[in-house]
Design a protein around this ligand. Structure first.
Ligand code: HEC
Length: 122
């Protein structure tokens, strides 16, 4: 009986947790993970192209996908919400050899804010 109870609770928890994380789809696994391009609207495709090149110079895109899907920055465990995206963009820009311009970071921050909005939709 106890086992069944535990199982039921687990299933319920997974069922409730799923919609929150399933809204922003990703393609690929591990190092190859990226946002599903079909979820990116036309006016943000340019920003997505910048992100695909500039934001994988030091780490993989998996880091950003996980941050947006879970709402938590995977390295530091800090909340990754719309208040945080700009600060993270600037943090990345200021790293040595970031090879990004302010404008490029601005566009990527814009894209991340869109994705966070999408992730929050009921
Ligand atoms: C110059 C190297 C470099 C570039 C370019 C870079 N990052 Fe990072 N990123 C890092 C390092 C190093 C970390 C480890 C945590 C830290 O130092 O903030 C990190 C961590 C992260 C994290 C997790 C933060 C945390 O606190 O857990 C996210 C999300 C992220 N980067 C997104 C991006 C995005 C989006 C871009 C493109 C705009 C980008 N990165 C470009 C070096 C870089």
């Amino acid at each position: 009986m106890r086992v069944i109870k535990v199982l039921l609770v687990t299933i319920l928890m997974v069922a409730f947790a799923m919609p929150v994380q399933a809204k922003i789809r990703s393609v690929g696994k591990g190092d190859k993970m990226n946002f599903d391009p079909s979820q990116i609207p036309n006016d943000l495709k340019g920003a997505f192209e910048i992100m695909k090149v500039k934001c994988i110079q030091c780490h993989t895109q998996e880091r950003t996908v996980i941050a947006i899907q879970t709402g938590i920055a995977p390295v530091t465990g800090q909340p990754f919400d719309k208040q945080a995206t700009k600060a993270y963009g600037i943090k990345m820009l200021r790293k040595p050899k970031s090879n990004m311009s302010r404008e490029e970071v601005k566009q990527v921050v814009n894209l991340m804010n869109f994705l966070i909005d999408e992730a929050a939709k009921p």
